[in-house]
Design a protein around this ligand. Structure first.
Ligand code: PMV
Length: 406
């Protein structure tokens, strides 16, 4: 024990991912095993990321966690609910670490019994209705693994916090293979193409509502599995072929195919929500107007230039290519004129202002709905989790408590 290190601190960041083939439904609630495979695009962390510091120390007497500056009771049901079943408990990682270490005697003898302090912050408002749990759990899994010295696939650790979180462990285009085994060992995320693969691809998040959703994904998908025959059909008969086609479109950088399949899959996911009993509806009037706008925009151009996808909420995620961003943003501004904070309407990557042609305005044929879209975040495809080396990046001080500015 004399050589034992007193404490270790690591700080990591992890990205948000947006599914273009959706995950909806578990075949195992406890292990979080899905009924179908899914595929996502990892968003750039310059716009959306979670940062997590994990510190282990001989001096800590209990595990503690701070989320966005607020201490949460690590064992309370509220945290479990807030972070959608925080099954990524430090003990899971400790078990993995113990397993790994048992066969390797020469590892640093850092005690696995050390308690952990964790602090996590998002660089975007949690309340903005954006998928923060995927980035949060991926970051937690990554930070815990680093602080305890665990290597290997972290899909299971991240997945058990929130299923979609395993896809945030990689950058670029990521597949979550559903697997077949009852123990879930083959239910893993893997990169289909790196972030550099399709540099022209752009992502626009149209924030429609910052309100908390009525039905969380955990409860929602459970009811869908129990009641929706369409969901079963989707998982068994539709998704396998769509996964293969989507992977092909990504590899070939075929935007027409990618965009159309993305929209169809989002629509089918929301159809299964409506087929659920009692029904679930995540889209609102503004979401439906955005869908209409995208189809009118594409019809005007005679090709799929823009595609939408919606998760368990009304916010739209738009995929397009860099040469179309300015014109589409002009169309969004026309249909949803900003009500306030006009200069803050566009966040993230710069978008050059473009006029809306009379022809496109006429083709859209929509009366403006002021304030329907609150703001837009312009982003692109990005890398997976990162480890930050600089000690000043730590959210927790040497005493294991949040730094005042964190
Ligand atoms: O991982 P969860 O429990 O947050 O569920 C994610 C569900 C969707 O976002 C709607 C789809 C997906 O694949 O991300």
């Amino acid at each position: 024990m004399a050589s034992e290190k007193h404490s270790v601190a690591v700080t990591c960041t992890a990205p948000v991912n947006i599914a273009v083939i959706k995950y909806w439904g578990k075949r195992d609630e406890k292990l979080i095993l899905p009924i179908n495979s899914s595929l996502s695009v990892t968003l750039h962390q310059d716009q959306l990321k979670t940062t997590t510091t994990a510190v282990i120390s001989k001096d800590f007497t209990e595990d503690r966690i701070w989320l966005n500056g607020q201490e949460e009771d690590i064992g309370q049901p509220r945290i479990q609910a807030c972070l959608s079943q925080m099954a990524v408990s430090p003990s899971t990682v400790r078990r993995l670490a113990r397993k790994r270490r048992s066969g390797e005697e020469d590892l640093p003898p850092l005690s696995l019994s050390y308690k952990v302090h964790i602090a996590s912050v998002n660089n975007f408002p949690t309340a903005a209705g954006l998928a923060s749990s995927a980035a949060g759990y991926a970051c937690l899994a990554y930070a815990l693994a680093r602080v305890y010295g665990v290597e290997g696939d972290l899909s299971e650790v991240a997945r058990r916090g929130s299923g979609s979180a395993c896809r945030s462990l990689y950058g670029g285009f990521v597949e979550w293979q559903m697997g077949e085994r009852a123990d879930g060992k083959d239910s893993v995320a893997r990169q289909v193409a790196p972030e550099s693969h399709w540099p022209e691809l752009r992502v626009l998040i149209l924030v429609v509502s910052a309100e908390k959703k009525l039905t969380g994904s955990t409860a929602g998908m459970q009811t869908s599995v129990e009641t929706s025959p369409l969901l079963r059909f989707r998982a068994e008969a539709v998704v396998p072929a769509r996964m293969a086609e989507m992977i092909r479109c990504v590899k070939e950088r075929n935007f027409q195919g990618f965009g159309q399949l993305t929209m169809k899959d989002s629509n089918q996911f929301h159809a299964t929500c409506l087929d659920t009993f009692p029904p679930i509806s995540y889209l609102n009037d503004t979401s439906r107007r955005i869908i209409h706008l995208v189809h009118r925009f594409n019809a005007h151009h005679g090709q799929t230039k823009v595609a939408y996808t919606f998760d368990a909420g009304p916010n739209a995620v738009i995929f397009t290519l860099d040469d179309t961003v300015a014109e589409f943003v002009a169309a969004v501004k026309h249909c949803f004129p900003p009500e306030s904070n006009k200069d803050k309407f566009l966040k993230g990557l710069p978008v050059r202002p473009a006029p809306l042609s009379d022809e496109l305005r006429a083709a859209l044929g929509m009366d403006p709905t002021p304030g329907g879209v609150k703001y837009i975040i312009a982003s692109q495809v990005g890398p997976g989790p990162q480890m930050l080396d600089q000690p000043h990046a730590h959210l927790l001080g040497p005493d294991g408590l949040p730094k005042p500015e964190a």
